[in-house]
Design a binder for this molecule. Structure first.
Ligand code: FMN
Length: 189
């Protein structure tokens, strides 16, 4: 496992992480996915509850089918919120940016910190991916569709589980420029 990691410090990895939306066709091996999940489950977890479960989808046709189902729902959500929908309505737009791996962080629990736990696991996973020269991106746009019973059934996710974080992972095709950040706004110090 060690030699798969780069020599980057954690701060360098934090600064190097980008939301990657262009991928090569190279598949992400299950051995690599296991390392990403290992990073995920080392996130802090309230009362040591470890409420997360994972679903891995690596079937390109299945991902395309989910994308096709998710797009109209996302377009509806964007429209309701008053956002532009042009890019999403293009027929060749794939909500998963044509990645060939989707990792879903799910939970069967509910409670005030369950969602927070899963998002902490998500960031661990994405930083680990970056350290291993993989690209990743949260796909919130697919969340409504992924929580539909019919889609969960197709993915063998029991109904009692909610999908909390969808993340695509893959080998980046080209560089992604950093997106700017505002300086921390300090209320009191
Ligand atoms: C909750 C959440 C949902 C997101 N959903 C999407 C999405 O559906 N599609 C997408 O391409 N990027 C999505 N992103 C990625 C953001 O657009 C991205 O994090 C932001 O533009 C900052 O860029 P960076 O991650 O490269 O720093 C999402 C990010 C978060 C945190």
């Amino acid at each position: 496992m060690r030699n798969m990691h780069t020599e980057m410090t954690i701060f360098e990895v934090i600064l190097a992480r980008r939301s990657v939306r262009n991928f090569t066709s190279q598949a992400v091996g299950l051995d690599i996915i296991r390392i990403l999940l290992e990073a995920a489950v080392h996130a802090p977890t309230v009362l040591h509850d470890e409420p997360w479960s994972f679903a891995i989808i690596r079937d390109k046709q299945q991902l395309k089918d989910i994308s096709d189902s998710a797009k109209p729902m996302f377009i509806h959500e964007l429209g309701k919120a008053g956002h532009a929908t042009d890019h999403v309505t293009k027929p060749d737009f794939n909500i998963f940016h044509n990645a060939n791996t989707l990792i879903l962080i799910c939970s069967e629990q509910t409670g005030p910190f369950i969602v927070a736990n899963c998002w902490l696991a998500a960031e661990n996973l994405m930083l680990a991916a970056c350290a291993m020269k993989l690209g990743s991106c949260v796909i919130g746009a697919a969340l409504t569709a992924l929580n539909r019973s019919e889609i969960k059934h197709k993915l063998n996710i029991p109904d009692k589980f909610s999908v909390i974080v969808p993340i695509i992972v893959g080998y980046p095709d080209g560089d992604t420029p950093p997106s700017p950040r505002r300086k921390p706004f300090i209320l009191t110090c």
